[in-house]
Design a protein around this ligand. Sequence first.
Ligand SMILES: [Zn+2]
Length: 290
Amino acid sequence: MPENDSERSHSQHIPGATPAYADDLYCPECGYSLRGLTSKRCPECGLLLDFIESGTPMIPWERRRDLDWLRAYWQTVLMVIFRSRKFCRAFYQPVSYSDAQAFRWVSILHVYVPALFTLGVVHYLHPDLLPRAADETGWWFVVFVCLCALLALIVLTGLPSYFFHPKYLSVERQNRAVALSYYGCAPLALAAIVLLGMCVGGVLLRSASPIATVWLPGALLLKLILAICWTRWGVIGSRTLRRLGRRLLVYCVMPLLVVGVGFFGILIGLPLAAYFIALALYSLRGGPGG
Ligand SMILES: [Zn+2]
């Protein structure tokens, strides 16, 4: 397995310094193996390694049993959004895959539950809208669209991880990069605030037309949140994947794939296909009721 010069292991001893680091620690800035190193600075890039000695997990979410999970979750969200370089320092040691998956699912729920609530508010504001859609196909179609939205979120938060295990990294570092990639969806948590704001705005402005003042700006904010996710995946890719080609894949190809499969394929394509198939079947049988 090819490794660049900065990743070669070695040993440096400084009298009176800290005990030697374990085998599986790497400098999060430059990828230098810290095996056997007793200095408090990375000899390759000069990074102060004091955060290693604290022994505290870098990612607040991994400390949720001490912090309480909601506080740990939002601390992690803010860290990924505003202090992503510091967040990526977690790469120096093994990153828990199960914790990362749990974080991903909590993020999915932060979008999905408020989105269902928003659908309820839309039904309250426009009582004819959903029954009209159900008239043509049946209520199963509304449920099907809701399930497609959940599937799209699963793809959106999971697909990027496939770009984070290149063969040129050791298996251990591939595992860390994949686990960190799941935290890239952290900005999705902001969608909960936007969606709830849209619900409140929609109800307050129900007598006026809330489309221009609430729904369109809300939709733009949701797109902005997706763009922030994209940039966070880019930063995590830059800090963990090292090579330019792979980083370009994360920046350029990954968003196209996520939007193509998740948005156009699952969120738009599947319901449209189901809709037209249902209409064709109903026209043969004479309506949704048979
Ligand atoms: Zn370094």
